[in-house]
Design a protein. Structure first.
Ligand SMILES: Nc1ncnc2c1ncn2[C@@H]1O[C@H](COP(=O)(O)OP(=O)(O)OP(=O)(O)O)[C@@H](O)[C@H]1O
Ligand SMILES: [Mg+2]
Ligand SMILES: [Zn+2]
Lengths: 372, 198
């Protein structure tokens, strides 16, 4: 799939902007703080109804304005589809084919994007919370049921925690309502874990060959998903629920001490091994960056398989960080296969063959001009 | 902006209603000025009467101007079945369909620990008393298809189970305000899991 046209109204530093893109390679050139990332972010937000760099939607609205709007024409296999997202201080509204959508979880997935930005290094280096967010955003993009489960999980977790807190300090809790919420909790948590196992297996399958390619065959990448102990892929939901229930029971007293649910997918984490070594601890900057990049590129394959179409690739400030070999390997793999957006401050830093085929845009202080 | 006091007072009153912000309140307030005096008086009286003359039915918890309500008093209705709902609005919606001939019980909410709402804070105790006294054989649990509504239905069903009264959960086909495509994907996947008994 690709995006043909993008229109921004009062989005970040753009008052009004309309752009037509190439279905293959698009390069945005401009100095610092001119609005390159803002364009990439807008495409991302149009797809995900969420920014990759902030959870505060108000930041997306142009200063001193009430609401901002992103419109795009997406070309998919089955045809052309206009989508739009309005962000106001009250919330977000989405339209597909001019029809307003009731739920954002419905809307997400109409257009698929894979973004790689400098922040993504945190998937490897940052806190477990960032890795869970990575998982949730990626799986959510290919499965609405997963998004739905996540929302329910959060609600049930809050209710269960409220009961634990209300009974804090007790040694045990005999309460029908608590049993009900515990059962519901286990059920939805297991659904989330099953999806994560499935996703991680696919990610592993695609990420390793990509990583080998980028590293000239010098490195292998292994991804491992850590959840409750004794849970592994291949188990049925019922088996997992039984193990889950036992572990919850064994920490009941501690849960009551803390007033918190201590076992569940909200404590999951990921680990990455390059040539067998934990890259979070032992990896060099470059290795960590390549790992994060491989994961993101693996996602392209994943979306292709699950959705049946190639997603749009957004590479923000990435090229300058890669050595020449890695850069040209990356670009040549994407060439002609995936609609790609690249930002840079300096055109000289970009692979020559790529530039010749690309649509180039000059970004300067809230204006974007196509270069012929 | 500065409004004469009577207008800003009226706007304040409108803003106490759900979903009404300052802009709409202003529009409504100025519209009231253009209405005939009689119409305004009828309006004001209707508001006061609704509040003064309506109460909750001491049997089922529905809103009513007589106690017990007309549904509870109707001897032609099937007294062996009670439909449990969260809100008086749900009774009105069910009655519009005209299919259901049993009685109701209005909980006035759902159990929600994080909001500090336990079973005793909604009409669960009165339901249990009712089940002991009356000739009820079946309980239809028609609470909302939310986490809290679902949990409340399960809670009631577990309390009632030992008494031998049948409990059924109403089938919520489409989520309220939901989209067909979305619902299909979610319902389908749920159907594959197999829906559990309450
Ligand atoms: N809500 C907003 N309203 C108006 N301007 C904004 C808003 N948010 C950010 N900006 C402005 O947008 C500019 C930053 O744009 P952006 O992050 O896209 O820069 P960039 O071209 O990617 O720069 P770099 O090369 O440093 O990454 C800044 O000048 C910032 O002040
Ligand atoms: Mg930038
Ligand atoms: Zn009544």
């Amino acid at each position: 799939m690709h995006i043909d046209r993008l229109k921004l109204t009062n989005y970040r530093n753009y008052e009004a902007l309309e752009l037509n893109f190439s279905p293959t390679m698009n390069v945005l050139i401009g100095e610092n703080a001119q609005g390159k990332t803002n364009v990439m972010e807008a495409i991302y937000v149009l797809a995900m109804a969420k920014s990759h760099r902030t959870s505060n939607d108000r930041e997306l609205i142009r200063w001193e304005q009430e609401c901002g709007k992103i419109e795009g024409d997406v070309q998919r296999k089955f045809g052309y589809m206009p989508i739009e997202l309005t962000i106001s201080k009250k919330g977000k509204k989405a339209k597909v084919n001019h029809l307003e959508q009731n739920r954002l979880s419905m809307y997400v997935g109409q257009m698929n994007v894979v973004m790689f930005a400098p922040e993504d290094l945190n998937i490897v280096k940052g806190s477990p919370q960032l890795r869970r967010r990575f998982l949730d955003m990626e799986i959510g993009q290919i499965s609405r049921v997963y998004l739905h489960d996540l929302v329910n999980f959060q609600k049930i977790l809050k209710q269960r925690n409220a009961l634990l807190k209300a009974n804090r300090g007790k040694l045990d809790l005999q309460d029908v309502m608590f049993d009900i919420y515990t059962e519901q909790y286990i059920q939805v948590a297991v659904q989330i874990i099953l999806k994560r196992f499935y996703f991680m297996e696919l990610l592993q399958k695609w990420a390793n060959p990509i990583h080998q390619g980028i590293s000239r065959g010098l490195e292998t990448l292994e991804v491992s998903y850590g959840t409750l102990k004794d849970l592994h892929s291949g188990q049925t939901a019922e088996e997992m629920e039984t193990i889950f229930a036992d572990q919850l029971k064994s920490v009941r007293r501690r849960e009551l001490e803390r007033g918190l649910t201590l076992v569940g997918p909200h404590r999951d984490d990921l680990q990455f091994f390059v040539n067998g070594y934990d890259i979070q601890t032992y990896g060099s900057q470059g290795q960590q960056r390549t790992t994060a990049l491989s994961l993101k590129l693996a996602e392209i394959e994943l979306v292709k398989q699950e959705v049946g179409e190639t997603p749009i690739l957004l590479l923000d400030d990435v090229l300058s960080e890669l050595d020449d070999y890695r850069q040209s390997h990356l670009l040549s793999t994407m060439q002609g296969q995936v609609q790609t957006f690249v930002t840079t401050t300096n055109i000289a830093g970009i692979d020559h063959n790529t530039i010749q085929e690309a649509a180039i845009f000059e970004v300067h202080d809230g204006s974007v001009l196509p270069r012929d | 902006m500065h409004y004469p006091e009577p207008i800003s007072k009226l706007m304040d009153s409108f803003m106490k209603l759900p979903g009404i912000g300052p802009k709409t309140a202003g529009r409504l307030a100025f519209f009231v000025l253009s209405m005939k005096e009689d119409t305004v008086l009828d309006f004001a009286k209707a508001l006061v009467d609704a509040k003064r003359n309506l109460q909750f039915c001491s049997v089922c918890g529905h809103i009513t101007d007589i106690d017990p309500c007309y549904i509870c008093q109707d001897q032609s209705r099937d007294r062996t079945t009670i439909c449990v709902v969260q809100d008086p609005k749900d009774v009105i919606a069910m009655e519009k369909m005209r299919d259901y001939r049993g009685l109701y019980h209005v909980l006035q909410g759902a159990i929600s620990p994080m909001d500090g709402i336990g079973p005793e804070d909604i009409n669960v105790p009165s339901l249990l008393t009712r089940l002991q006294e009356d000739e009820v054989e079946e309980l239809i649990l028609a609470t909302n298809p939310t986490i809290e509504g679902e949990a409340t239905a399960m809670y009631i069903s577990r309390l009632v189970r030992p008494s031998g009264i049948t409990t059924t959960r109403i089938a919520h086909g489409l989520p309220v305000g939901g989209d067909l495509e979305y619902a299909d994907e979610v319902t389908l996947s749920r159907a594959l899991e197999g829906r559990r008994e309450l």
